[in-house]
Design a protein around this ligand. Structure first.
Ligand SMILES: Cc1cc2nc3c(=O)[nH]c(=O)nc-3n(C[C@H](O)[C@H](O)[C@H](O)COP(=O)(O)OP(=O)(O)OC[C@H]3O[C@@H](n4cnc5c(N)ncnc54)[C@H](O)[C@@H]3O)c2cc1C
Length: 337
């Protein structure tokens, strides 16, 4: 185990925020992970688990041990006539895992192509895009209990998945480290093309026979045209979650703002946070090194040397202005560290 000191985290977060970690270690096995935790305990240090750094906003230097998880490996556990059960190490890159599944003709995660980050972080917020969430293909995960250093298995129910939520972001926050995830993928695909953008792109590409590869290609094309590339401009994708309001509140908003988009759910109507932010005039806003993307109002950006604290303050201002204009409370999707 090579524990480094005073490491800049700029290359390790997609916002490109330059804060340092007092200690930093990369772990490639559960044994290394336990050793790192024991080191932290002996030194009385807090621990922060880092995947691809694509859903964090660093607001300060971290006076702790950053553990970068690179526990890799993909294994086919079993199969029947309809499904395969595939286990992936937490450190595998999510998009590479999706590409691997597509090569094997395993269906179910093609709509989640090109989401940045690691497999291990995917259950944290139940990643989702274009009508699919990982809960739809999730079988179980193995996580290290940080207190007992024992591995525990969580099934879908015990993960309490919700929209960009899981038990690991809430009741069990900071208590477990996800080491592997097992997915249940389909041998015969069930295509999810309900999103208009997917249908339009498939039609534009002249796709006559649907395939998981064609859907993945369409999703990649849409994402590349819509979302800024973190390698070019620092960002962490959607900064806020799409809020859900009651049916009554939605009617009230519709009276005042007839163009407001709304997506009915079981318990209310989901609004498009990006639309609200754009209507409040924030799209393309820039203050020095930070701002709001000029094509996608849901994405906050670092133009180069921006500070996490300034982005945090900007996000608060956006929340306040949305509340003032619409009476709707936005919640960040990004984890503030
Ligand atoms: C351009 C862009 C587009 C995006 N689009 C989407 C999208 O369409 N849908 C979507 O859902 N998300 C999206 N995201 C957000 C992000 O990709 C996901 O949240 C992703 O799962 C984060 O993975 P990560 O490995 O980078 O996690 P990190 O940012 O490294 O970590 C996120 C949080 O999880 C914790 N964590 C990470 N790994 C583990 C582990 N193994 N065990 C315990 N805790 C852990 C960290 O401590 C931190 O609190 C996007 C981000 C970007 C930059």
């Amino acid at each position: 185990m090579n524990i480094q000191e005073n490491i800049s985290l700029k290359p390790f977060n997609t916002f490109g925020i330059d804060q340092t970690a007092r200690f930093f270690v990369t772990v490639r096995s559960i044994e290394d992970l336990k050793e790192a935790l024991q080191f932290a305990k002996a030194e009385n240090l807090e621990v922060f688990i880092l995947g691809g750094g694509s859903n964090i906003l660093l607001t300060q230097d971290l006076d702790l041990l950053v553990v970068k998880l690179e526990i890799n490996g993909i294994k086919l556990l079993r199969e029947d006539s309809e499904h395969v059960w595939v286990k992936s190490g937490a450190g595998e890159i999510w998009h590479d895992f999706v590409m691997y599944a597509i090569e094997q003709e395993w269906a179910g995660i093609e709509n989640l192509s090109l989401i940045p980050g690691t497999v291990g972080a995917s259950p944290m917020q139940n990643i989702g895009a274009y009508g699919v969430e990982i809960k739809d293909v999730f079988e179980s995960l193995e996580a290290l209990n940080r207190e007992s250093l024992e591995i525990e298995v969580f099934d879908a129910e015990s993960c309490r998945f919700g929209y960009r939520e899981s038990v690991f972001k809430n009741e069990l926050k900071g208590q477990y480290i996800i080491c592997s995830v097992t997915f249940r993928l389909r041998k015969q695909p069930v295509f999810q093309t309900s999103y208009g953008a997917i249908q339009d792109t498939l039609a534009k590409n002249g796709v006559k026979t649907l395939s998981i590869r064609a859907i993945s290609d369409a999703v990649i094309e849409i994402r590349q045209s819509k979302l800024p590339d973190p390698k070019v401009i620092g960002n962490s994708g959607s900064f806020f979650k799409n809020p859900t309001v009651s049916f009554e509140k939605y009617e009230e908003l519709k009276d005042k703002f007839p163009a407001i988009p709304g997506y009915p759910q079981d318990k209310g109507v989901k609004l498009a946070a990006g639309w609200l932010i754009e209507q409040a005039g924030w799209k393309g806003y820039r203050n020095g090194q930070i701002g709001v993307h000029d094509k996608q109002a849901l994405v906050l950006v670092n133009h180069g040397e921006g500070k996490g604290k300034d982005l945090m303050n900007l996000s608060q201002k956006i929340q306040d202005s949305i509340f003032e204009k619409f009476g709707v409370q936005l919640q960040p999707e990004v984890n503030f560290i």
